[in-house]
Design a protein around this ligand. Sequence first.
Ligand SMILES: Nc1ncnc2c1ncn2[C@@H]1O[C@H](COP(=O)(O)OP(=O)(O)OP(=O)(O)O)[C@@H](O)[C@H]1O
Length: 261
Amino acid sequence: MPLSTSKAPDAEPETILQTSGLTVGFGGRTILENLDFEVRRGEILAIVGASGTGKSVLTRAILGLVPHQAGTVSAFGEEIGPSGPSVEMEKRWGVLFQFGALFSALTVAENVAVPMREFLKLPEDLVQDLSRLRIEMVGLKASDGDKMPSELSGGMIKRAALARALALDPDLLFLDEPTSGLDPISAAGFDQLIVDLRNTLGLTVVMVTHDVDTLHSIVDRIAVIAEKRVLVEGDLNTMKTFDHPWVKEYFQGERARAAFG
Ligand SMILES: Nc1ncnc2c1ncn2[C@@H]1O[C@H](COP(=O)(O)OP(=O)(O)OP(=O)(O)O)[C@@H](O)[C@H]1O
């Protein structure tokens, strides 16, 4: 059953993120070549592809965490120069890493406060209030803010990491396999949370995922990475009719049929 995905009314298609001719490689081995990709304001876009095709490399190249050899990356209408994204740009996006990447020696609330302390000069009581707000926004209890990451379940770790990704009230959210390791009910709950946040905060969401239920229930558009580029992009129906061995197996294979019906 698809989740409620109604969009904010002002979601005019507008490119918020774009790569043009992007080429990324390591030690003479090209992973992505001449890759064109765009993300429109307000959408939930999923990057899918076989293991090792370069989905994480693409997001890391966009975030400026790995260098690219050719092409351009632009975010919010501004090209990211050779020295990587500006601080102003970094403040406009939040990242949820695959395993949460919480600081194990800090409480949940302290983790959420890290970006605020790094980027904003706010009085301490405001930082604490904002951290609590973010924690509640992702469906955790305010009292969970006092817990250490080691005391959290897998689902709570994802939510705590999401609260930290939302710390600076970003426009754009990157999620790396957000539902991996969650049971189906927790995964569905997390998917609904992402939709709700997109709708209430007006976020744009880019996620790397292998979760066919997520693709079915909340994603607006899908970009398939294969053969070092975006092989095809579009909605689920486009994927279901695209003639390529991996795309066919992924979107029309047994597991896909179970999810897509
Ligand atoms: N820093 C690096 N140095 C050298 N090779 C790298 C580096 N980062 C990634 N690679 C290589 O790039 C290729 C793509 O990796 P990437 O992690 O993007 O795959 P992926 O599509 O995200 O896979 P998965 O679905 O399994 O997470 C892999 O062959 C990987 O070994």
